[in-house]
Write a protein that binds this ligand. Structure first.
Ligand SMILES: NC(=O)c1ccc[n+]([C@@H]2O[C@H](COP(=O)([O-])OP(=O)(O)OC[C@H]3O[C@@H](n4cnc5c(N)ncnc54)[C@H](OP(=O)(O)O)[C@@H]3O)[C@@H](O)[C@H]2O)c1
Length: 279
């Protein structure tokens, strides 16, 4: 496995494993099989309702905690200084761990639904900084933050987010967010790196997959890697878990990366951070 290095020196495997929509016994099975397939970075969130299942999968795998990297996220309803500190403890308890490797704010508060959005983001971030300084989490970041949310956060932040996890796949590559993150040393993680299958039949994806002897899913994962983005594919099948990790034998030419970067919008989830409510 190859690694990315965060701005604080923490090394993360270049491909992580997504766990959204795998709950209960099925979630536990998927996590143990993903670890068996070779994944060492697991992505979960309080919102997924599967932290216990993920924790049980880790336990059953027998892999020592320190060999794994574990991400969780605070949901929109958990924002606020005290709320975040409590949410972090709940996530650790459900996962059965003493510390997290990465803890993220799942979605920003935004002006569309929260007039006091800047302060709520800033206070939540201050809680993450405190958890980081106390050694409870090895790196901190955000998810679904656009440049306007990031700039506002930096008005009061002492630490710049080390990670920003965003929707990212061919047909939805959010170049302005990437530019901001590159300029600030923030690693971009790709959620839905295959657009939840929506881009797997796109003619350009199929054409380039054939050219490189990759499956369309592998081509999407390779696309993220070529742009310095860390993909978090999710699969419930051991065969596809292995397929999605087997992406280091070829690289794409700069010209083909440009073609994919320039692809028309395709496969977007429709989840616009500017228009998300508070629930
Ligand atoms: N921060 C956020 O707001 C946010 C939002 C959404 C997701 N995420 C994270 O990102 C992770 C990944 O995103 P995602 O689950 O939405 O989408 P995804 O990984 O792009 O797609 C998952 C879908 O693709 C299928 N699949 C997986 N490998 C395949 C392959 N090799 N060939 C064909 N189909 C394949 C899976 O089916 P099978 O299971 O049957 O293989 C599943 O239906 C999530 O699990 C979660 O951890 C974060």
């Amino acid at each position: 496995m190859e690694y990315d290095t965060l701005s604080n020196g923490l090394r993360l495997p270049k491909v992580g494993f997504g766990t959204y929509k795998t709950e209960g016994g099925e979630g536990t099975r998927v996590v143990t099989q993903a670890l068996e397939a070779g994944y060492r970075l697991l992505d979960t969130a309080s919102f997924y309702g599967n932290e216990e299942a993920v924790g049980e999968g880790i336990c059953q795998s027998g892999i020592p905690r320190e060999e794994l990297l574990l991400t969780s996220k605070a949901w929109r309803t958990e924002m606020g200084y005290e709320n975040i500190l409590a949410a972090f403890e709940r996530s650790c308890r459900r996962l059965g761990v003493e510390y997290l490797d990465l803890y993220l704010l799942h979605w920003p508060r935004v002006p569309w639904s929260d007039p006091d959005w800047k302060r709520h983001n800033a206070e939540s971030w201050r809680a993450l900084e405190e958890l980081y300084r106390a050694g409870r989490v090895r790196a901190i970041g955000v998810s679904n933050f656009l440049p306007e949310h990031l700039d506002a956060l930096l008005e009061t932040a002492e630490l710049c987010p080390m990670v920003n996890q965003i929707e990212y796949h061919p047909g939805w590559n959010q170049p302005q967010v990437l530019d901001w993150c590159r300029a600030h040393g923030t690693l971009v993680e790709a959620w839905s790196p295959m657009g939840r299958r929506r881009v797997l039949e796109h003619p350009l994806v199929v054409e380039l997959a054939e050219k490189y002897g990759l499956s369309p899913a592998q081509l999407c994962i390779r696309f993220a890697l070529e742009n310095g983005v860390q993909p978090l594919p999710k699969s419930s099948s051991p065969e596809r878990m292995r397929e999605n990790l087997d992406v280091f034998r070829v690289s794409l030419t700069a010209e083909d990366v440009c073609r994919l970067n320039a692809m028309e919008p395709a496969g977007w989830s429709g989840l616009d951070p500017r228009r998300m409510g508070m629930e």
